[in-house]
Design a binder for this molecule. Structure first.
Ligand SMILES: Cc1ncc(COP(=O)(O)O)c(C=O)c1O
Length: 441
């Protein structure tokens, strides 16, 4: 690639990146195809994270590329307020068909963060329309991630987000404890047996505030960004029961888990627990064009279809809600997911991935390994006095020495293989990571 020292690296403030460290030896890719990235010298790097959990079908999927090219030429943009367009309605129909039967309606956003805030607002609007305007409180979970906007951050449970930005805009939030207790469920495969009872803490929160004041509980069915925490057996079922008992809506943030990553269209299908709202983004368009969607159950949509008919029922939306080019990508991505039997492929790959990721369990630096579907996390022991350093070193060694793009979040190494990955590539990924682990102090 052109010499990075010729670039003005201060011009681009990168998301979630240690800028000063990055600038010491910048890592750039310039092309992506199939399961690989390429840098400007043509070096091929295997993508072990499928974009950013986003591109499960592979980069440059021909069907999606073609749909986007056709759409941008046919209609690049269309106003979405008061006038609709055929691609948005087509995608909404497809999405609702792909979703569990209970879901009747999709509201389009542009990202997972916007889906989080949209779902919280729909929950408030629903209760108000239902004659319960006092339901204004929310319940999230420690180690939950619902994006970076103020609503999602407030219900989220990531310390640096909450510390720096104070999450002050939604003060009425409580947090359930997270479900990962090392002594109880380290090195679990799939759903851990221990921890279902932790959902009962929701009863305590209801007792404290009165469940009748709580609008919604929001959780990732499998916590992703904070280290891949599969739900303990029975946990999601208990959350559902308690929400039902108190008239509280349950929101699943499926920004990572939707569109096949768990071997079913949605995590709701895999765990057989039906939330009231499902948040999506990422895989909706295979990461090709930014887009998200909140799926709502019919009862919610219908409750809001009230009041004077000339008035807007949900005072919410974005200039790019249902953007035609994004919608074209979404239609092609869902079609490809179905036609290529992606969920079946994931079900077949899951045990292969499980075995491969747990092959790291005996490495002296590894303290935990967790997996479900095609999501996996490996914790490594932090270096004394320098938390996150070892994770960052593994990432860099993989990039420079192993031709592997992998993701670390501090000392948690995260893996999100392509939904149509080759078994040999899954095995190769963990051989490369092992060699990187061997190299670090
Ligand atoms: C569960 C979950 N919700 C929300 C988000 C935020 O999505 P975005 O970065 O598209 O705003 C993410 C991103 O990783 C996520 O994993």
């Amino acid at each position: 690639m052109p010499d990075a020292s010729n670039r003005n690296l201060d011009a681009h403030w990168m998301p979630f990146t240690a800028m000063r460290d990055f600038k010491k030896r910048p890592r750039f890719v310039s092309r992506a195809q199939g399961h690989y990235y390429y840098d400007e010298d043509g070096r091929q790097l295997y993508d072990s994270f499928a974009g950013l959990w986003s591109s499960g079908l592979g980069h440059g999927h021909p069907k999606i590329v073609e749909a986007v090219q056709r759409q941008v030429a046919e209609m690049d943009y269309a106003i979405g307020f008061q006038v609709s367009h055929t691609k948005a309605i087509e995608l909404a129909e497809k999405l609702v068909d792909f979703a569990p039967d209970e879901f009747s309606t999709a509201f389009f956003t542009n990202s997972g963060s916007e889906s989080a805030d949209t779902s919280l607002k729909i929950a408030l609007a629903y209760h108000r329309a239902n004659g319960e305007p006092q339901r204004t409180r929310f319940v999230g979970r420690a180690r939950g991630y619902h994006g970076t906007n103020f609503g999602g951050m407030s219900v989220g449970g990531i310390t640096p987000n909450r510390k720096t930005f104070s999450a002050a805009l939604i003060p009425g939030v409580d947090h359930l404890p997270h479900t990962w207790v090392h002594e109880k469920n380290a090195f679990s495969k799939g759903q851990p047996q221990w921890g279902g009872h932790l959902a009962d803490e929701l009863e305590d929160i209801c007792a404290l505030h009165d469940g009748g004041n709580i609008a919604a509980v929001i959780v990732e069915p499998v916590a992703g960004s904070t280290g891949i925490l599969p739900p303990p057996v029975g946990y999601l079922e208990r959350l559902r029961e308690i929400c039902d008992r108190h008239g509280i809506l349950l929101i699943f943030d499926e920004v990572i888990t939707a569109f096949g990553r768990l071997g079913e269209p949605f995590a709701a299908d895999r765990f057989n627990v039906m939330p009231d709202l499902i948040n999506t983004a990422k895989g909706l368009t295979n990461g090709v064009i930014p887009m998200g969607a909140v799926l709502v159950q019919k009862k919610i949509y219908e409750a809001l279809m009230s009041g004077p008919e000339q008035m807007i029922e949900l005072f919410h939306g974005y200039t790019y809600s249902g953007h035609p080019v994004a919608a074209a990508a979404g239609i092609a991505a869902i079609d490809a997911t179905i036609e290529e039997g992606i969920c079946q492929q994931v079900r077949e790959l899951e045990p292969i991935f499980e075995e491969a990721i747990h092959s790291l369990a005996d490495h002296p630096k590894v303290t935990d390994v967790r997996n479900i579907g095609l999501m996996g996390g490996v914790d490594i022991a932090p270096r004394e006095g320098a938390p996150g350093m070892r994770g960052s070193e593994v990432h860099k060694i993989c990039f420079w020495d192993e031709d592997l793009v992998m993701r670390n979040s501090a000392d948690n190494l995260q893996f999100s293989p392509f939904l149509n990955a080759r078994p040999d590539d899954i095995a190769m990924t963990f051989e490369k990571v092992r060699r990187a682990l061997d190299k670090i102090e």
